[in-house]
Design a protein around this ligand. Sequence first.
Ligand SMILES: [Zn+2]
Length: 317
Amino acid sequence: MFRVFLGPMEEISCVACGGDFTIEKERREAHRLYECRVCKVQFWWPFKNPGTGFYGEVPALAARNLDPHSHPLFPSQRRFLKTAPKRGGTLLDLGMGTGNFLAEAQKRGYRVTGCDFDGAAVAAAKSAFNLTDVHACSVEEFLKQNPARRFDVITMFEVIEHLDDFAIFDTIRLLLAPGGIVVLSTPNRRRWTPFMRGDDPPRHLTRWNEESLKNFLERKGFSDIKVKFVPVVFNRFIMRFSEWTAGWLSFGLARKAELSLTQTPRARRAAAGGTLRLLSKIKLYGLFFIPACILYSYLWLTGRRNCTALYAVAKRI
Ligand SMILES: [Zn+2]
């Protein structure tokens, strides 16, 4: 009864488990959101990643590539570094961006390797953090070029929701050493609605909860699966106010000014970027500290503080 028909003969099977029992949950322009009644994943249809050109046009990513030091780690990356399983082993980060996380993992004793399809980000990682074992390619290409390499830990933070093909998990299993672990994080679909901003198709193609993520990793042949909740961090939470007031209280002036410094020598650019970010932080706290405290307390009291992201660790069988 839950089978979905788009036309007389067309039906949508679950992109994660292949099951036929999917139900439509939401429509957004050309996209429809389905939930699988078997494995509980939610996915947008058409299930198609917009490709690398789409990300190259995002201003936040251009600013990140210009000054990698300025961008904070995700709370899930901090959690990994704090708990640091298999410290000192080999680590491969997929979707490494500009390498901020890899640089921190290296400081904690990991022998680090990274992949990202964004060549500009990989180049920025090399020059900003002196990372050498980083590659502008897909993980499948990496395996082809390095068929004998194996890793103790493979990380992929905020990547799975962008994927339109889960065959990558077969490659991950091939690249893991026996007993190796995969660590990933993704937005929790139970989070407070204003936090869902940016969680739209075609940028994000899947939505996960604890159950669907566990089911998925189990189906992909992993064991000892643990899925945990990542709480809201106040410093990041207050930054949301800039997004919510964009256009009438926040104009992204610091980012625009930073991007206009492309031709400025690196040292001066870093100094100017630091000043701009400090000024925008002062403005942020001056304007939004009290409302942010009230809203943060509300999330805490209603039990939604823990619903921002999911953090999963699973072992290769
Ligand atoms: Zn399914």
